[in-house]
Ligand binder design. Sequence first.
Ligand code: 5RP
Length: 217
Amino acid sequence: MDVDAKKRQVARAALELVPEGATLGIGTGSTVNLFIEALAEHPGRIRNAVSSSEASSARLRTIGIPVLELNDLPGLDLYIDGADEANPARQLIKGGGAALTREKIIAAAARRFVCIVDETKLVATLGKFPLPVEVIPMARELVARDLARRGGRPVWRAGCVTDNGNHILDVHDLRITDPVGLEAAINQVVGVVTVGLFAARPADVLLVGTSNGVQTR
Ligand code: 5RP
């Protein structure tokens, strides 16, 4: 079974965890796109959604799902999103799709975060996937020097402007043995908007698409 088929099966499995008529937080990426495709086959399954990107919002509107502002809601019951890496503690690296800041906001607002990945995303220690950091554009090099002092190799994702108008640094060569500590430390660097480590608030459920079916962790 190829990676796309694993993504498709995990996206479909996530649909079973969605309560009828829910207001859903929905993330960004190819796995989430397959989840939105699955939603399209079940009109009325969710009432509306808050989305982590303009791209996902457009897809949701195309299938007739109203997209709300988080500010107009008291919170969210459930958030469904993918990830770039996941460790056994369900801590994640996210931001390959440059939507990490809105994703972290939605994760913070949601009572339950269900992360959907294929098995290639599973790692023992986070850091093989370059860690995305969203930065205020004028602080890009200032932040990059700080990240280099921490042992990383930041690379500017040239040409990428986030939905918030910011830049992304992808930090290579990290072996993240203290995800909660590193998340807190990078978030403190002046000029950083968000680091794509989801460790202090990990996923509550990890659904993994494998050759042997969908596993729940
Ligand atoms: C976007 C993300 C995505 O969840 C992550 O990049 C995974 O994407 P895909 O489902 O395409 O593998 O964090 O910012």
